[in-house]
Design a protein around this ligand. Sequence first.
Ligand code: FEO
Length: 409
Amino acid sequence: MIKRKEIAEKSYWIGKVDDRKVPFHRLTLEKGTTYNSYLLDTEEPTIIDTVDILYGREYVENLQEHTDLNSIKYIVINHVEPDHAGALPALINKTKNATIVTTEKGKELLKDMFRLKDKKYLVVRDGDKLDIGGKILHFYETPYLHTEETMITYCEEDKILYPCDIFSTHIANEELFNDLATNDITEDFKVYYKLIMHPHRPYVRDMLKKLKNLDIDMIAPSHGYILRNNPEKYIKLYDEMSDVGNINKNGLILFTSMTGNTAKIAQNISKGLENLNINTDIINAKNTDMEVIKEKAEKADVIFIGTSTRYADMIGNIEYILNELIKLDLSDKFGVAFGSYGWSGEGVEIINDYIRKSNMTLLDKSYLIKTTGVDDVDLPLRVKFTPNEDSKAICVKVGKTVGEVLLSN
Ligand code: FEO
């Protein structure tokens, strides 16, 4: 391990270069990665993020060579995943005076994940500042970039942004700074964004708004190169890649309804889609010619299919329509099931079976969790009896969440 490298006056990189083929999010990082941790050696020495859990012992031993661990006053945890907070237990158990600085959600996760219930915490909220004796740190909450507890840290004096995963690149490198890189890193930077950040595109837009008020000379992320040359280029790339203003997507909501409840669900899903400017057709299957339905289905990027459940089954002509739809090539589309019910709501599950039989991608809760990390949206969408204000809001949220998936694909 490199002992430490100065990145600004009294600010040092103290991370780990991992040049293995690193297993990561069901991928293998062929170029390896780095876990960038930073020491701000001020009157109240502060560490920003640590390294992967695999290297905790090595990290602490290295740090001990140049820093009295009992002098460490703060350990800022921007993100609790084990590649950044993994060495925290090894570190904090060797210190006497350190306080963990993190978000409220970060604190709850750290307590459970790493059994750090009895440690000192300073919970920070969006816009909070902390004087560490010679430098002032600012904290901004950046939820879902890429997990719910994440935040970024900005040092006022050095004009350095410490955004953890955001603005990262997976490349094992010893040069540390982007102006010393032997190859252009732009493509690797974009690939990282697409994999990790783009599924959370609306939150990227929120984060970029917060950066507008900051004077940034250097971006010191937690993977790959420190961006000291032209950091604005990388902020602009995030802005361009997360901007979906020119993307046109189409939705089709096809339903049949017994008492009007499933129709109400359809209308509220469409509100969520239309919030994102997704052109949406709502079709009552009962009154529509099959050729029209086929034409609309072929034009759509997502097809919602809805039915009420009666006697543990779908109603009306939905089964006939599904049998026709599965004959089409719908392989570039998502399928989503929804409907109202009174007892157990089997209708939407049968629709899901048909979507699986078609060549559409079934967009259900499992898909959402695996691709976006969103775990608070239940799909297929089932609403018991008449939608009330709460369930209408859920339907709108479903439309919006599915719309975000479309815009991120
Ligand atoms: Fe680099 Fe989300 O961990």
